[in-house]
Each structure stands twice: as structure tokens, then as C-alpha cells.
Design a protein around this ligand. Structure first.
Ligand SMILES: CC(C)(COP(=O)(O)OP(=O)(O)OC[C@H]1O[C@@H](n2cnc3c(N)ncnc32)[C@H](O)[C@@H]1OP(=O)(O)O)[C@@H](O)C(=O)NCCC(=O)NCCS
Length: 126
């Protein structure tokens, strides 16, 4: 059954400005190395960073205050499988916390234009 849904939209220009201002310090605070490597090989990296920012925020919306406590953006990663399909991957501690609540599956969908990136997350409970 569905435990929660979350959605977020991010202005690509906002993320671009933050990256231009804070550079690697911002990137390493928010994204995992796998995400950084994925975005780095894209033509306009900020679109993909923005999409991942939206994904993390959408996931955060799915968590109640209680579950959200102590979760950071780097605990959540978007990984694309060999077909390009995005999948959410969690830091072990967060995965364990989700599992303890019966939340075993997370679905994600991402879309972006030059100006906006959006993501939707659905958490499923067994
Ligand atoms: C995969 C597809 C749906 C992406 O759509 P798009 O409008 O180009 O791109 P969007 O901005 O909406 O979405 C991009 C995101 O979709 C996700 N994505 C990529 N391939 C995916 C797939 N096979 N399934 C689900 N999601 C996918 C990725 O997360 C990607 O963002 P990321 O690279 O930053 O992770 C599209 O390329 C496709 O293959 N469509 C199939 C139908 C088709 O061939 N139509 C053309 C008929 S002429």
C-alpha cells in the first residue's frame, strides 16, 4: 500500500547560481559521488543537479517529522540504471529506518526542461 507521496519542483537557474557561488562545497554537501559523476558527464550539469535536488526534497516530503529527523540530502541518492531509469538509493542507516516502518520500496520519476526540474516520489509499505 502507498505510505506517502512527495513532489517537488526546482528552478534550474537557482541551482546554477548556488553552484556558481559555492561550487564543490555545495555539490559535496548535497550529492553523492555517484550523482556527481552522473551529472558531470551531461551537457548542462545544473539541470541534472536540479532534478536530483527536487528528488531529495520530494523524498523528504514523504517522511514525517519523526522519520525525517537526522536525514541529510546525501543520505538519499538518485541512481540511473543502464536504461536510464532513475532509482532511489539510501544510506544504510536510512534504509534500515525505513525498513523498520515496513517501507521497502521507493518509486521515483523525474522530468526537466531548461528552466525547471521536477521529481515525484512514492513510498510503498508492505
Ligand atoms: C525516457 C524518456 C521518457 C525521457 O523523456 P524526456 O522528455 O526526454 O525527458 P524528461 O526531462 O521528461 O526526463 C528525463 C529524466 O527521465 C528519467 N528517465 C530516463 N530514461 C527513463 C526511462 N526509460 N524510464 C523512466 N524514466 C527515465 C531520468 O531520470 C531523466 O533525468 P536524469 O537523466 O537527470 O536522471 C524518453 O526519452 C523516451 O524514451 N520516451 C519513450 C517514448 C519515445 O520514444 N517517444 C518518442 C516518440 S517519437
Amino acid at each position: 500500500m502507498i505510505h506517502a507521496i512527495g513532489i517537488d519542483i526546482v528552478e534550474v537557474g537557482r541551482i546554477e547560481d548556488i553552484i556558481n557561488r559555492w561550487g564543490i562545497a555545495f555539490i559535496q554537501r548535497i550529492y553523492t559521488q555517484e550523482e556527481i559523476d552522473y551529472c558531470a558527464c551531461k551537457a548542462r550539469t545544473s539541470i541534472h543537479f536540479a532534478a536530483r535536488f527536487a528528488a531529495k526534497e520530494a523524498f523528504m516530503k514523504c517522511l514525517g517529522d519523526d522519520l525525517r529527523h537526522g536525514v541529510t540530502m546525501r543520505h538519499i541518492a538518485v541512481v540511473n540504471n543502464r536504461n536510464g531509469i532513475p532509482v532511489l538509493k539510501f544510506h544504510q542507516g536510512l534504509a534500515d529506518r525505513l525498513a523498520s516502518r515496513g517501507i521497502m520500496t521507493a518509486h521515483i520519476s523525474i522530468s526537466h526542461t531548461d528552466n525547471y526540474a521536477t521529481a515525484m516520489v512514492i513510498l510503498e509499505k508492505t
